[in-house]
Design a protein around this ligand. Structure first.
Ligand code: NAP
Length: 320
């Protein structure tokens, strides 16, 4: 797994061994700092909530279905720790967002000192070629991944500014390079990258740092896709396809796409620690990186080639 600094100041060694000189400047004391993480019912969010709690943070764990007693939020509640505070938070719901801001304003020990960290982690994914993807699906994915990230950031930025704290946005390697059959997800994550860059420029004078984490394939370790979910997405897509597209491509084509997607999901890393460590570094280092790339060597190389070589060359290597 590698964690590549945005600019490799020390160029010897394998990519994941390279650390920028700034990494030697140390870590901030955690003290009574508080962080809010969205999407803590499962996956990275759930593990991160536990991990940051173990480091001493006061954790506000936003859960999509806390009000319905979802297993993840219950497990966090069962820790019975004063520092682990689950909150009901659908990042697409403005009223829930307002309530969460009010709740945190009231429960932070010193609201004047603000909130140290916001981790925009909540996300959904889907697959399907452009011709197979409905406008509703494009909007649905962007609603959570992009507008949800922006809505949450805007809501909590005043508290983060007061603390001169951190915003950590969970993007994806798909936020840096396109991929066939992933356009709805890629668009939403490219948007997160652009939003993060603009916000970083604006917040620099305020002393707030904005970091982006771009995980590779960890699907084996989270709930982003399950075999059942892949089948359900495919069946819904097939049912809703315009007749012309269905006829032109045929069911065999879709079945091949399902197999490809299943094999992509099965090839993911089962260990989320590179992602959790990247987010922790972003929240605790006195000089966090702008971008983190927790991913295996295959995907790291692919991102480098897709983002640095001329498209004609990169496309030949990976796409055609
Ligand atoms: N796993 C990977 O390989 C990978 C790679 C790159 C990037 N990522 C990104 O990492 C983030 C976390 O994903 P994950 O892999 O940990 O998947 P996950 O296990 O499905 O976690 C995503 C979490 O977001 C929650 N969520 C969905 N819609 C929400 C909403 N409207 N409001 C609040 N929460 C919502 C989900 O709640 P429910 O469980 O209740 O639906 C779930 O707990 C996502 O942004 C994803 O795009 C993942």
């Amino acid at each position: 797994m590698c964690q590549i600094p945005p600019t490799g100041l020390q160029l010897r060694g394998r990519p994941w061994e390279r650390m920028p000189l700034t990494s030697y400047t140390g870590f901030i004391p955690i003290g009574s700092k508080a962080v809010l993480i969205t999407g803590c019912d499962s996956g990275f969010g759930f593990s991160l909530a536990k991990h940051l709690h173990s480091k001493g943070f006061i954790v506000y764990a936003g859960c999509l279905f806390k009000d319905q007693g979802a297993a993840g939020s219950q497990e966090l509640d069962n820790m019975k720790s004063e520092r682990m505070r689950t909150i009901q938070l659908n990042v697409c719901n403005s009223q829930e967002m307002e309530r969460a801001v009010e709740h945190m304003g009231a429960s932070l020990k010193d609201p004047q000192k603000g909130l140290w960290g916001l981790v925009n982690n909540a996300g959904i994914s889907t697959f399907g070629e452009v011709e197979f993807t409905s406008m509703e699906t494009y909007k649905e994915v962007a609603e959570v991944n992009l507008w949800g990230t922006i809505r949450t950031t805007k809501a909590f930025l005043p508290l983060i500014r007061r603390a001169k704290g951190r915003v950590v946005n969970i993007s994806s390697m798909m936020g840096r390079m396109g991929s066939p059959a992933r356009s709805s997800y890629c668009i939403s994550k490219f948007g997160v990258e652009a939003f993060s860059d603009c916000l970083r420029y604006e917040m620099q004078p305020q002393g707030v740092k904005i970091c982006v984490v771009e995980p590779g394939n960890f699907i084996g370790a989270t709930n982003l896709y399950t075999p059942e979910r892949i089948k359900a997405i495919a069946e819904k897509m097939w049912k809703e396809l315009p007749e012309t597209v269905r006829k032109d491509y045929g069911r065999k084509y879709l079945d091949e796409q399902i197999t490809k997607m299943e094999s992509y999901c099965n090839s993911g890393s089962p260990d989320t620690s590179p992602v959790i460590n990247s987010i922790t570094h972003a929240l605790t280092s006195s000089s966090p990186y702008t971008r983190y790339h927790p991913m295996d060597y295959y995907w790291w190389l692919r991102v480098q080639i897709m983002t640095h070589l001329p498209a004609a060359v990169a496309d030949r290597i990976y796409i055609y």
